[in-house]
Design a protein around this ligand. Structure first.
Ligand code: E4P
Length: 222
């Protein structure tokens, strides 16, 4: 399973990229709104900051309702950073979003169909040629449903029908989600920087380092 970072915060993206485990970035209107920056400018900055990732998701704005409106926005977004191939058009899971997805996939533009909450939605998005689908597990957990089980079922479906579409486990809230979606067959987990920090840490690792430091002071220095 690969890691994407789920943020529009440039500092966090740069910190995660430096670690060397980042394969992509996902943003959404809420994440961009937190930053107080112009959307297209931030997508361009992200693309420049992470040259060696496979995907930077830029979501069509919520006021784009029809497929034509979404495609018109996508036409502008794919020009960002000199036509950067990483730019992935994130589309809502609606009939219009699927129509735009089919159109863009046929033009070989990368797509990410977002706000997936059922297996059938994932199946439709895959059939519409989506490069990625984003099931939101945390938001399902929030309403007492099992988000990881959705990821597991979608992974099985894609295996059985041999879809190339990759599953991005989204709305990941804590380390246990990361482990469980990896085991469930997600191709990617998109996670906030705080969760990257959490999964790298363990108290016994910290204690071990502290002990090595203390013991090393006892070693005679030549
Ligand atoms: C993914 O693409 C979404 O941006 C994100 O994971 C949503 O997470 P949330 O449910 O924590 O807002």
């Amino acid at each position: 399973m690969k890691f994407f970072i789920d943020t529009a915060n440039l500092e966090d993206i740069i910190k995660a990229y430096k670690v060397g485990v980042l394969a992509g970035v996902t943003t959404n209107p809420s994440l961009v709104a937190k930053e107080g920056v112009k959307f297209e400018d931030r997508i361009a900055e992200i693309c420049q900051a992470v040259p060696r990732v496979e995907s930077v998701s830029a979501e069509v704005t919520p006021d784009a309702i029809t497929a034509e409106e979404m495609i018109a926005q996508a036409d502008e977004l794919i020009k960002i950073n000199g036509g950067d191939q990483k730019v992935t058009i994130k589309l809502p899971m609606t009939l219009a979003g699927l129509e735009a997805c089919r159109y863009l996939s046929d033009k070989r533009v990368k797509t990410n169909v977002t706000l997936i909450f059922t297996v059938n939605q994932a199946l439709l998005a895959a059939r519409a040629g989506a490069t990625y689908v984003s099931p939101f597990l945390g938001r399902l957990d929030d309403i007492s449903e099992d988000g990881v089980q959705l990821v597991s079922k979608v992974a099985e479906l894609f295996r059985v029908h041999q879809f190339d579409t990759q599953i991005i486990a989204a709305s990941v809230r804590h380390p246990d989600h990361v482990t469980r979606v990896a085991m469930a067959g997600a191709h990617i987990a998109t996670i906030p920087y705080t969760v990257i920090e959490q999964i790298a840490k363990h108290p016994l690792t910290d204690q071990g380092i502290a002990k090595f430091i203390a013991d090393w002071e006892k070693v005679p220095q030549i």
